[in-house]
Design a protein around this ligand. Structure first.
Ligand SMILES: Cc1cc2nc3c(=O)[nH]c(=O)nc-3n(C[C@H](O)[C@H](O)[C@H](O)COP(=O)(O)OP(=O)(O)OC[C@H]3O[C@@H](n4cnc5c(N)ncnc54)[C@H](O)[C@@H]3O)c2cc1C
Length: 339
């Protein structure tokens, strides 16, 4: 493990932001992690695939790029397996590994960018499935003491795009590995969400397997989301707001077609993309940044944007949604430095 100085993070974040890390190292083992901590350089920032972080300035201290690899079946049951995966493994490559082995549960989460180690941070989710549905436990190294600890499902306090690692434990740990519980055949398929069943139908697939679902999800995501290699972005910039029913009722008076989903606690979830679109932001460009033309929830870098520009646009969007709907959007993306 080598610590380099003044390293551009441009290749390491999907927003395409050209900021520098004062110190930077790739870590491939727990020993590397401990050695980097023993230098005493602070603060330490853990970087996975950089697909959910907005850098608004150069990063002081030490950036550690997670390269801890390895995929291993650690327990075999009649109907399922437990698989332990290194935090630096690429998420989609792990999904493809599972699909190839005919282990089910991850197929709806195909093509989400980033690493396995970051997947519990915001309890990644897509097409009706969340990480918490397949999660068993994780191992994490404390960035102050260098000690390893195991977090089970309850300890992670998973919520909608949320976990303890986005709240009181934010920035304190490096997730070194995650254990998943994956089902053996026969699988429990989830094709009711979004366009999955429509996409399968249009391909003439009547009895889908998990590989068909994975391919359908890849097809849908590729058609809807910008390719971050071409247009810098972090996927959904905001969470879908969860509000009291009364707030929705007021919106429905003016917009009877407003989309919404009922939550078990009686509250409702309103798609943030719809709210932003109604404020006229979809496809709008502001300097080098803007809202993606096919999905208003995705803020993009048209080239040469700074993190500060993106942050300012996000702030203006939040204010316009508050003014029009009385709903305050919350960022899904992680800001550095913390906001
Ligand atoms: C085009 C696009 C589509 C997306 N679609 C989805 C989607 O459908 N669903 C969804 O949930 N997300 C989605 N995302 C967001 C993103 O892919 C996920 O949040 C992903 O888990 C981030 O992984 P990463 O390795 O890139 O994390 P990074 O961006 O590197 O880091 C994100 C945060 O986690 C911390 N972190 C990273 N790794 C570790 C670790 N090992 N230990 C401790 N802390 C760590 C970082 O410090 C940072 O605060 C999308 C992003 C893009 C660009």
């Amino acid at each position: 493990m080598k610590i380099l100085q003044n390293v551009s993070l441009l290749p390491y974040n999907t927003f395409g932001l050209d900021v520098k890390a004062e110190n930077f190292a790739e870590v491939s083992s727990v020993a590397d992690l401990r050695a980097s901590l023993s230098t005493g350089i602070q603060p330490v920032f853990l970087l996975g695939g950089g697909s959910n972080v907005l850098f608004t300035q150069d990063v002081q201290g030490l950036v550690l790029k997670n390269k801890l690899r390895g995929i291993q079946v650690i327990r075999e049951f009649k109907n399922k397996v437990w698989v332990e995966v290194g935090g630096g493994e690429v998420w989609h490559e792990f999904v493809l590994w599972a699909v190839a082995k005919d282990y089910g549960g991850l197929e709806n989460l195909s093509l989400i960018p980033g690493t396995v180690g970051a997947s519990p941070i915001q309890n990644i989710g897509a097409y009706g499935v969340e990480l918490k549905d397949v999660f068993v436990r994780l191992k994490a190294l404390n960035l102050t003491t260098g000690k390893l600890r195991s977090f089970n499902h309850t300890a992670c306090q998973f919520g909608y795009r949320d976990s303890i690692f986005k709240r009181q434990e934010k920035g304190k740990w490096c997730i070194t590995s995650v254990v998943f519980s994956l089902r053996k055949s026969p699988h429990r398929l989830n094709i009711s969400y979004g366009d999955i069943s429509k996409t399968l139908e249009s391909s003439g697939i009547t009895k889908p397997g998990i590989d068909d679902i994975s391919r359908a999800v890849v097809q849908i995501r590729t058609s809807k989301l910008p390719d971050q290699a071409k247009i810098g972005n972090c996927g959904s910039f905001f969470k879908n707001p969860e509000t009291e029913r009364a707030v929705l009722d007021q919106i429905l008076e003016t917009y009877p077609q407003a989309p919404h989903y009922r939550l078990p606690d009686g509250r409702v979830k309103i798609p943030a993309g719809w709210l932003i679109e109604q404020c006229g932001w979809k496809g709008k460009r502001v300097g080098n940044t803007g809202c993606y033309e096919r999905q208003a929830l995705v803020l993009v870098n048209h080239g040469g944007a700074t993190g500060e520009e993106v942050k300012n646009l996000a702030k203006t969007i939040v204010e316009s949604v508050v003014e029009k709907f009385g709903v305050r959007l919350e960022a899904e993306v992680n800001f550095w430095p913390l906001n």
